[in-house]
Ligand binder design. Structure first.
Ligand code: SF4
Length: 412
C-alpha cells in the first residue's frame, strides 16, 4: 500500500481526520461560537468550485501563485486561483498518487510538484486553463509548468528577477523596470490590452486596507489567542492574498472577526497557560500539526510565511512599479538574510517564546532559508524547532507531533 494511503487508513482507525475537509469540519465544531469562522470556512471551501463555475459562465479566472498578484489580476477582472493553496483545498492524496503512478515521477521529486501536476491532470477537462507562472525560486515547479502544457494549459511565464546585492540603486531600478514590463505582459495575456492603472491603484488600496485589518486581528488575538485557533488563522492568512475570489465578502469577514474579538470571552488553553510562538516557513498541509500546537498549549501568534502581511504597497507610484517593488522586497525572491529584521519584529510584537520552522521534505530552497534563519536566532538565544513535513493530506506523522510536543513542553 502507498505510504500516504497507509497513513490515511491508520488515521481512519484512530479516529483522526483523514483529509482536509475533515480537519476543517473538526475546526468548525471547535469554533461553534464564532459566526466569522464559519463564514471563513464557507468562503474557503467554495473558492475553487465558484471560481471554476464563474470562469465557465464568463467571469475569467487564472491559476497563479495566489501570493501577491491580487491587485493586478482583479484589475484585469480576473479571479486568481491560488496554485499554492491547491493542496490545502484539493485532494492531494489522489493527486500525488496519479503523478507517481501515471507519470512515473521519480520518488525524489518534491511532493508539492508531484501533487500539483496530479491536481492539474485531474482538472484538465473541466477547469480554468490559463496559468500565470511566476518563475520564482523553484526549478522543479518551473518544469512542472512545462509538463502541464500537454494537458492543454495555456502558460504565460513571468520572468522574475531577484533583488540585487551589488550594483546599487541603478541596478535595482533597472530590475524594477524590467519586472514592471513583465507584469504589464500579464495584463495583455489576460485581456489583450494594458492594465487599467486606475483600477489597479484602487486594488492596491484595497489590499493595503485589508492587510491593515488582518494585522488588527492578529493584534487582538494576542489577548485572546485561542478564540481563533491556528488552523483558521492559517486560512485567514491564505485568503489575505486572493480573498478566496470574493474580495467584498473577505473584507466583511475581517470586519466581523474584529468585532467578535473585541467582545469575546477569553478562551482558555486546555493546558492552563499559553505559550506564544512564531511560525516560519511554508504554510504546510498537515493540519494536525496546527491542532497539536493548540492542544498542547501553544499559540501561533505571528507567521512569517509566503504571505507578507506585514508589508505595505506603495500607493503613490505607478501601480505596476509598486507591484515590482513589492515583489523585489519579498522573501521568496531574494536573499533570506534581507528578511531577518521582519522576523525579529514579529517575535518582539507577539512576545513569542520560540519559533517553529516548517519546510517540505526535499525542498532545497526552504531548507536553506530556514538554516540561515535558525543560525541567526540560535545565536540570539531564541529557541526553535525544525519541522519537516510533506505535501500531503491526512494526519501528520508521529515524528512531527513528537517534535511539537517536546518543544512546547520545553518552553512551558
Ligand atoms: S517545496 Fe520547494 S522544491 Fe517543492 S515546489 Fe515548493 S519551492 Fe519547489
Amino acid at each position: 500500500m502507498h505510504a500516504v494511503m497507509e497513513k490515511a487508513a491508520s488515521a481512519a482507525i484512530t479516529g483522526e481526520p483523514r483529509n482536509q475537509v475533515e480537519y476543517i469540519q473538526q475546526s468548525r465544531e471547535a469554533h461553534h461560537y464564532s459566526p466569522g469562522i464559519q463564514k471563513l470556512y464557507d468562503l474557503a471551501l467554495s473558492y475553487f468550485p465558484d471560481a471554476e463555475k464563474g470562469n465557465q459562465e464568463g467571469t475569467p479566472a487564472v491559476w497563479s501563485t495566489g501570493l501577491m498578484e491580487a491587485p493586478l489580476l482583479y484589475a484585469c477582472d480576473t479571479i486568481p486561483m491560488a496554485v499554492y493553496d491547491l493542496g490545502r483545498l484539493g485532494s492531494a492524496v489522489e493527486a500525488a498518487e496519479l503523478s507517481e503512478n501515471i507519470f512515473d515521477m521519480p520518488k525524489e521529486t518534491c511532493s508539492m510538484v508531484s501533487a500539483l501536476i496530479g491536481e492539474w491532470y485531474m482538472r484538465r477537462n473541466n477547469s480554468v486553463k490559463k496559468v500565470v507562472a511566476l518563475s520564482t525560486v523553484c526549478e522543479p515547479l518551473n518544469m512542472g509548468y512545462e509538463m502541464i502544457k500537454e494537458f492543454g494549459f495555456d502558460i504565460h511565464r513571468v520572468e522574475q528577477v531577484i533583488r540585487p546585492v551589488h550594483g546599487g540603486d541603478e541596478r535595482l531600478e533597472q530590475m524594477i523596470k524590467f519586472l514592471a514590463s513583465e507584469l504589464e505582459d500579464v495584463a495583455f495575456f489576460l485581456t489583450g490590452k494594458p492594465v487599467d492603472e486606475e483600477k489597479m491603484r484602487a486594488e492596491i488600496k484595497r489590499l493595503n486596507r485589508l492587510m491593515a485589518k488582518f494585522r488588527e486581528i492578529l493584534k487582538l488575538r494576542l489577548k485572546n489567542p485561542l478564540y481563533i485557533k491556528s488552523l483558521p488563522t492559517l486560512f485567514l492568512l491564505m485568503g489575505s492574498a486572493h480573498y478566496f475570489g470574493k474580495p467584498a465578502e473577505y473584507e466583511a469577514l475581517l470586519d466581523q472577526l474584529i468585532e467578535e474579538l473585541k467582545t469575546a470571552d477569553f478562551v482558555p488553553s486546555p493546558m492552563g497557560k499559553i505559550i506564544p510562538l512564531t511560525w516560519v516557513g511554508a504554510r504546510g498541509l498537515e493540519f494536525g500539526v496546527y491542532k497539536a500546537v493548540d492542544d498542547l498549549g501553544g499559540a501561533l501568534l505571528s507567521w512569517f510565511t509566503p504571505n507578507p502581511y506585514d508589508r505595505v504597497w506603495n500607493e503613490d507610484i505607478p501601480p505596476l512599479e509598486s507591484m515590482a517593488r513589492f515583489i523585489l522586497d519579498y522573501f521568496v525572491t531574494g536573499s533570506p538574510v534581507n528578511q531577518i529584521k521582519y522576523i525579529e519584529n514579529m517575535i518582539e510584537e507577539s512576545g513569542s517564546k520560540g519559533m517553529l520552522f516548517y519546510t517540505y521534505i526535499g525542498c532545497p530552497y526552504g531548507g536553506m532559508h530556514v538554516e540561515l534563519f535558525r543560525d541567526h536566532f540560535h545565536k540570539k538565544g531564541v529557541p526553535s524547532s525544525g519541522l519537516e513535513g510533506s505535501w500531503q493530506v491526512g494526519a501528520p506523522s508521529g515524528q512531527l507531533i513528537t517534535r511539537v510536543r517536546a518543544f512546547i513542553e520545553m518552553l512551558s
